[in-house]
Design a protein around this ligand. Structure first.
Ligand SMILES: N[C@@H](CCC(=O)N[C@@H](CS)C(=O)NCC(=O)O)C(=O)O
Length: 234
């Protein structure tokens, strides 16, 4: 059976893994996880012990968590698509460097603002957390704007899993009300808009929003989570 991606709503970083699966074009299925709903299903707990999305159930029943591991797994399935590169190449190192930056710097910059989001409106910690996030994320937006000012895609001249991962995270600056990207980072905003016009990205938004979604890849539908218990490797 096809691999199954567990993606999180609202607006999870798993967005990038959906986009990457679309770009790959191989058959896959999806499971939707509402990250604000607790407790989660036992099957999800078995697939993702930390309760985070994305998580990928592989064909043989093994599971994979962590965006970077999942994105590399997707990319290596068909290197001719150039979503990733052979491991011994410099291109692979450059992709890995960008993915690491996107995760350890960019994704994590927003963590204080997500914590603030969960606090009461009048909690005095909110402003401190939001300022901290803005300061950290600003450095990342600025760096990414420099990168895309010199290249067509984040890593060279083809779109890769790094671009897929980027577009799921870059939106958080506006989601959280921290930035106006168009006025503050116009060249990066233009790059983001180029990605937003991509069919795989449009598809991923429709999936997250629960709207009719037209796959140009291998989407074979959502799966009922409880039906997957028997597929998990012992
Ligand atoms: N290190 C993990 C982090 C994933 C992560 O932060 N996922 C968030 C959504 S963007 C999540 O699932 N949060 C819900 C939770 O942890 O309860 C990865 O890179 O995949």
């Amino acid at each position: 059976m096809e691999p199954v991606l567990f993606y999180g709503v609202p607006h999870g970083c798993s967005f990038g893994s959906i986009v990457a699966l679309e770009w790959l074009g191989h058959p896959y299925r999806l499971v939707r996880i509402d990250m604000l709903s607790k407790p989660q299903s036992k099957v999800f707990g078995a697939v993702s012990p930390l309760g985070a999305t994305p998580a990928l159930l592989l064909e043989n029943g093994d599971t994979l968590t962590e965006s970077l591991a999942i994105l590399h797994n997707i990319a290596k399935r068909d290197l001719s698509r150039k979503l990733g590169f052979a491991q011994e190449t410099h291109a692979f190192d450059r992709l890995n460097r960008m993915l690491s930056f996107l995760h350890t710097d960019f994704h994590s910059a927003f963590a204080p603002a997500w914590s603030a989001y969960k606090l009461a409106e009048n909690d005095p910690r909110r402003d401190i957390l939001r300022d901290l996030a803005r300061e950290k994320a600003a450095r990342c937006y600025s760096h990414l704007q420099d990168v895309v000012s010199h290249t067509e895609w984040l890593v060279g001249d083809t779109k890769t899993v790094a671009d897929a991962y980027f577009v799921g995270i870059a939106r958080w600056g506006e989601d959280l009300g921290l930035f106006d990207l168009e006025s503050e980072y116009p060249r990066l905003h233009a790059f983001q808009q180029k990605l937003e016009a991509d069919k795989g990205v449009i598809f991923a938004h429709a999936i997250e929003d629960g709207k009719p979604a037209e796959s140009s890849g291998g989407f074979r539908g959502h799966v009922e989570i409880e039906s997957l218990g028997t597929r998990l490797a012992a």
